[in-house]
Ligand binder design. Structure first.
Ligand SMILES: [Fe+2]
Length: 294
């Protein structure tokens, strides 16, 4: 586990990027920028209100590069303001990453931008251990297989209290613990659940292992308690960046965060041997994606 502190103060870099940032990021570090603030305007401060979300949603969000807002029944006026805030965050975070990691540049695909006005651990998370992100996990989603696209995320704390994470052991150490007990995918199962509309695309063997790692770690309370981990407080007005499909993370407490998710093709990685796909393939002794996609 590693937390690297970066002294960035602006979403526009004023110097050349440090190549060590990319090496650390791809090695599974969280890049913490304590002085990188996503400032809300005085009218946006009004959105620091958990009642703006729909009852069942934990976030208000836009998808991809679209301009349709989901997750709120706010007034038309407020929806317009929320959409503008999320769109501005998407632009700022994509611009920052393009400067920090020039090799990712045009390969980056915005996957979603969300505003989370509720305290962590409430809503859906309180009902299901699988959705409980206060437990250490790597990101993997049952209905949305990535087929090897990396999940890169930028987070900003826009509230007035710290957002507290626990960050766990390395991906490889975690995988070594759980993979031996995960059965291989059942032949035909991925095609079946895709044909039934349960998954948005066909789940690859890689997605199968990632999903089981997410579930096994969350289900194992002894592991949650005893594994190597450190606690980190992301201060108000700070930001941080990580590959959330690689960093074991748990959102222990906090409220009011904005987050950008980016899907990154593996071809853009400088150190693909450090990626979850390659680590799992080395452990499995075989390829986990069809050859055409590797
Ligand atoms: Fe997560």
């Amino acid at each position: 586990m590693s937390i690297e502190r970066l002294d960035l103060q602006d979403w526009q870099l004023n110097a050349a990027p440090d190549p060590a940032w990319q090496a650390a990021l791809e090695d599974g570090a969280v890049l913490y920028c304590p002085n990188l603030c996503f400032a809300l305007s005085s009218s946006e401060q009004h959105y620091l209100d958990p009642s703006l979300t729909n009852q069942k949603r934990k976030s208000i969000y836009i998808r991809g590069d679209s301009a349709t807002l989901y997750g709120t029944d706010a007034s038309a006026n407020d929806q317009e303001g929320l959409l503008a805030m999320l769109t501005r965050y998407r632009s700022a975070s994509m611009h920052l990453l393009t400067q920090m990691f020039p090799g990712y540049g045009p390969a980056m695909r915005p996957a979603g931008t969300s505003f989370r006005p509720r305290p962590t651990g409430t809503g859906e998370a309180a009902l299901s251990w699988r959705k409980d992100d206060t437990r250490l996990h790597v990101d993997a989603f049952p209905s949305n297989p990535t087929r090897g696209l990396r999940i890169l995320r930028v987070f900003s704390n826009v509230g007035t209290s710290a957002r507290v994470w626990r960050v766990g052991e390395s991906f490889e150490d975690m995988a070594r613990r759980f993979v031996p007990n995960i059965s291989a995918p059942l032949p035909g199962f991925a095609a079946l659940i895709h044909s039934l509309g349960i998954t948005k695309r066909k789940r690859s063997a890689y997605d199968h292992y990632m999903l089981h790692l997410h579930d096994r770690a969350k289900a194992d309370l002894g592991y949650q308690r005893d594994c190597a981990q450190q606690r980190i407080e992301f201060a108000p007005a700070s930001s941080w960046i990580c590959f959330s499909d690689q960093v074991m993370h748990a959102a222990e407490s906090g409220q009011y965060m904005i987050e950008q998710t980016i899907h990154l093709p593996r071809a853009a990685l400088a150190y693909p041997e450090h990626s979850p796909l390659r680590i799992l393939e080395r452990m499995a002794g075989r390829e986990l994606l069809p050859a055409a996609e590797t």
